[in-house]
Design a protein around this ligand. Sequence first.
Ligand SMILES: [Zn+2]
Length: 454
Amino acid sequence: MKKISLIFLLTLPWACSAAGIQINGVRTWQAPDNTRVVFDISSKSADYKLFRLANPPRLVIDFKNTRLTGKVLKPADSDVILKNIRSAARPNNGLRVVLDLHDQTKFKSFLLKPYKQYGHRLVVDLLHGESLQTNHQMVPKVAKNRPLNTTPKQAVKARSQPRVAKARDLVIAIDAGHGGEDPGAHGPGGTNEKDVVFAIAKKLAALIEKEKGMRPLMIRDGDYYLSLRQRTQKARDNRADMFISIHADAFRDKRVYGTSVYILSENGATSEAARWLAEKENASDLIGGVSLDDKDNMLARVLLDLSQTATKQASYEAGRELLQELRPLGKLHKKEVQQAAFAVLKSPDIPSVLVETAFISNPSEEKKLRSNKHQTVLARALLKGVREYFIKNAPPGTLYAMKSREHVISSGDTLSEIAQRYHVSIASIRSENKLSGDNVRVGQVLKIPAFGDS
Ligand SMILES: [Zn+2]
């Protein structure tokens, strides 16, 4: 009896290895701050060890009980950290994968659960600019464009002091949804959401580039994944004045079609406020130019509420302008601005909107989304909406705020309502147009003074 159980124990590991893990493919994605290497694995767990080797710099991944059955895609020539990927079988059903590097670097590895067309994955992120030789110290992101001897707090004070500055451009953050490992929704013809929304985003950026007083900020400018937090963070780091996230919708019923525009819902805003307050101790982030980290909870809560309320109102107005311009392109899916708890809309101080341009699951809308012409039409409509919003709401100090604006009186318009809409005083409109009373007539063209003049 004893002998039999011993044999059984000895053979058990062999039974396991026969069922071993397969790697069905290896691909890479280059983002601005990391290179992501993704292994498609046949099991929800993998037995592996990661370690560095020097001369030349390499990162080695030793898998136990693993076979490579799929293709290993070469990294891009432009990759700043990853040179090549090699693999070789090892004794006892092992597999060694070697990442040849330009330089030793910090790395992270983690497992990803199945999502859409992907199964289980092992991810290895090689962090750019984290070279181990240079004893590199992490510099907080907010401190990027500032002399290194200023602390974030000093810089905040400097910023909140009045200063005579040259009028600046509005920064419009354009967020093409998904990317890299995350393809987004699929069309029946095989179109990936991440590709069409990126094409539209690029066209919008090109238009904004040409617009006097505006500057585009592409949140992702290639086919790689950014977390939703990284997206809002990039907008904050660059002091964006507006955040537009571009997506395409999908539904199981292929007949559903049309455009919708979303802003953050009340629930989303409340949970986000809780997160900001929870993190304020170590946050040097700003709410409308005010740092939360030195405020007590009550005051921080009030400041946050004020900022969120103003931002929500601004987001809603921006959303309405966008819908207005998108309306003529085809039918809207939702006629009013919608609200949802999209994480990417959660900046408490940047007006943020998410545009579901069309239903990629609808065959004819999928075709439109792929067409160069329709992408341009969409981008133009979005530009118009952004322009309309800022004509009425440009922040002081921006070139846009100083643009002379005109308002054509339509029936029902009153001076006080017009003044409110453009955020200027009634008196300033009167003096700009040499009006003595409040009388205006339909068709009359009023000059709207710049914001600083009121
Ligand atoms: Zn999407």
